[in-house]
Design a protein around this ligand. Sequence first.
Ligand code: 5AD
Length: 455
Amino acid sequence: MADLVQLRRSGAPQPPETTQADPSAPAVYLETFGCQMNAADSALISGQLGRGGYRAVQDPAEADVILINTCAIREKAEDRVWGRTSQLLKHRADNPDLVIGITGCMAEHLKDKVAARAPYISLVAGPDSYRSIAELVDRARGGESVVDVKLDKEEVYDELDPHADDDGVSGFVTIQRGCDKFCTFCVVPYTRGRERGVAPREVLRHARVLAERGYKEVVLLGQTVNSYVYEDVDFAALLKTVAQIDGIERIRFTSPYPVDFSPRVIEVMATEPKVCPQVHLPLQSGSDVMLQSMRRGYSRQQFIDLVGALREAVPHLALSTDLMVGFCGETDEDHAQTLSAMREVRFDSAFMFKYSDRGITYASRKLVDDVPPEVKGARLRDVIELQEEHTHASHNAQVGKTVDALILGTSKRGDKTLACAPTYHKVLLPLGAGEPGDLVRATISGTTGHSLLAL
Ligand code: 5AD
């Protein structure tokens, strides 16, 4: 998953405002760190704030309230949030009443540290507090120091209308919240609470709203999205139902958990044309010893067999992964196993991390973070170097292929049309190749480091 989600406004159709943007309404600047789930949560927060009488601004200098939707997954993500909040503090010079608050995963995890580390933060709201976020912000603006980090076993934000600041073409639909896996390195079950599925009727309602607003793609979100279950509806059944929505042309989901990839889900991927041939399947390590101590629930071979089954069922499948080096007790041999698993699978792309102790997890309490920082650094360089080779090869293999590219908007530099292939590769087309939301046939003519070119 991307580390820092850039929420763009592009030329794409925007969802209608949930409230009339009254210029005298107090202004909120909301910045999002972390995974797609956090981006989807920011849309929830924006929707609730809009209904609560606030208006969104894109410039922190104009804000009466600055909210940072935080990520606690790795130490680096957390450091970045502290750095950013202290930077944003400068806006207090022009507006002494400016409220600065944090929401999201750091809230629960760091509520006690906020007072010492960032006393200027007067609002801390956890992932299950967004229904009443406007009220919490009201209280903080009234001078109170507000902390609401209670996790709620039931909250799935039924019946709310998220207000996403996205491209208007590809939209997130959260289908599951929390996590029950308790991988030994991971803070998520502690910051987001226990796993709960969103009712299928609510998932469908949300996806239909997106379709009505002109979105062409939905991305179903959950921490372990394919373990989704609600009464007698499992993930495979849900996928099939979402595929029936008129107007939605493409469906993706992230992130599946390897153990929960049922043959039924693979079959739906193989037979339902709207489900994109793309899977983000976190491996973490290629060593059975590490996988066991991470409590991932699968062996290296089981993962490789699953990849084989997916690739057999879904031709041209693009496969990405997460890899973590330097977990507690990781030896040179374990590391070599990760590199060899990468060679065996040949992921099309990967997010790669150094393990960092999150203070509350099983690993933090019971295992020793004993791989020296310089060894973690060297191992990370090894995996990045190998992955770059595989990513380049994967990009080059696309050259000459014709793909259906979904136009998202204009490229960052403004000189190309930005689109997305079914495999999730970004495709750059000439300006004027079509309008956001159009599906165009594109023949790949070349590659850059991160994108395919169809010029
Ligand atoms: N340290 C480093 N990386 C981590 N991840 C999760 N927890 C940690 C941690 N404590 C990585 C995993 C996960 C991704 C979202 O973040 O690779 O799949």
